[in-house]
Design a protein around this ligand. Structure first.
Ligand SMILES: *Cc1c(COP(=O)(O)O)cnc(C)c1O
Length: 367
């Protein structure tokens, strides 16, 4: 269901294509609004409920059960609910998984570079270049990493709009940053030692980070308590992001009610296909990524120059289409189509691009 706003005297449907925090289901936000003042007991809001209360423990339990069911997470993996965003995991991972203090990172862009910069403080980083090919998509050579504690991949590159299509079998633990594609496409959990994600793209509001970790990788090390995975295994060490967890639990229910991750992936393929196929046919807009490595959730595109891009962003905003600017490091335009974005939002974006083409380029030819 789109939201509506007044613009220029008209009521228009609004969609936000923000890369994060991203769109949340309207139904979930309405439900939260209705229950904000009375969560479990009359007069007590979720915002003022103790994280040690029985009522909140039900939220935590249900959140974990739903995530395990949606992603097929087996018992020999722990699910940790942390704060500090995906960014804190950039350092918690090398801190907690270090044995020989050598780590391998596949370099697929801005976020993978940030992850390896933090890892360098804890050991030696071997940088691996991805293998990228129009037809086969994106992968890497599994022989390139040896004698390392783990190999780190960014499954979906939020800024560049690329995704891994093939992860080779390896003996060493694979660590995956799934911040922008968790629950948006199927991830085979047992292929990985650790999967982590900031919640604010596909799970819920900001302030929550999920870490899915194979239990045998949790070592008891002498680390500050919060920074050790062992402190969080099967318990709440300290006050977690209670409101974000409450909302996330409702979002996961919303996903389950709609057919789970498979249904989300089908919808995400359909939505991204609507936008990519327009970009591929357009004479004025073009996609910045080609072939099979195209992301299902983040689509960078351009009119070819920064003035055109800025003009389109203004044109779209007037029509209720919000946050279409590219990341500050790459510029251009970007549409993020996470789970909560309905198909109508992808169709609407294409309609507005078409309208922009007609008004801008056709009218120029007539002058
Ligand atoms: C957004 C994002 C991050 C950063 O997440 P924070 O929660 O803001 O720290 C890291 N990696 C990827 C792939 C992202 O999309």
């Amino acid at each position: 269901m789109p939201r509506q706003t007044y613009r220029g005297g008209y009521i228009v449907s609004t969609y936000t294509y923000s890369a994060g925090p991203g769109m949340l289901p309207k139904e979930v936000m309405q439900e939260i609004q209705q229950h904000l003042l009375t969560f479990e007991y009359e007069g007590v809001s979720i915002l003022e409920t103790s994280h040690r209360s029985e009522a909140f423990q039900h939220v935590v339990d249900s959140l974990e059960v739903r995530l395990r069911r949606l992603m097929g997470i087996p018992r020999h993996y722990a699910v940790l609910w942390l704060q500090g965003g995906a960014t804190l995991q950039f350092s918690m991972i090398p801190m907690n998984l270090s044995r020989c203090n050598r780590f391998a990172y596949v370099d697929t862009g801005v976020w993978s570079k940030k992850a390896m910069e933090d890892a360098r403080r804890f050991g030696e980083v071997e940088v691996i270049q991805p293998i990228s090919d129009e037809a086969d998509g994106m992968s890497f050579d599994s022989r390139s990493a040896q004698d390392v504690d783990y190999l780190h991949v960014t499954l979906n590159n939020t800024i560049e709009g690329t995704r891994f299509t093939n992860i080779p079998e390896m003996d060493i633990p694979l660590v995956a940053d799934a911040s922008s594609n968790i629950l948006a496409e199927k991830i085979d959990v047992e292929r990985f030692g650790v999967i982590y994600a900031g919640a604010q793209k596909n799970i819920g509001p900001a302030g929550l980070t999920v870490v899915i970790i194979r239990r045998d990788l949790i070592q008891s090390l002498s680390l500050p308590s919060y920074l050790s995975y062992a402190s969080h295994e099967d318990k709440l060490l300290n006050t977690p992001a209670t409101f974000s967890m409450f909302t996330a639990e409702r979002v996961l229910k919303w996903i389950e009610d709609r057919g789970g991750v498979e249904a989300m992936e089908r919808l995400n393929r359909k939505k991204s296909e609507v936008v990519y196929s327009f970009l591929d046919r357009s004479n004025h807009f073009s996609s910045l990524v080609s072939g099979n490595r195209r992301s299902l959730t983040n689509i960078p595109f351009t009119t070819g120059d920064s003035e055109g891009d800025a003009a389109f962003q203004r044109f779209a905003l007037e029509r209720g289409l919000v946050e279409l600017g590219g990341h500050r490091s790459v510029g251009g335009l970007r549409a993020s189509l996470y789970n909560s974005m309905p198909l109508a939002g992808a169709v609407r974006l294409v309609d507005v691009m078409r309208e922009f083409e007609e008004e801008t380029y056709v009218s120029h030819q007539n002058i």
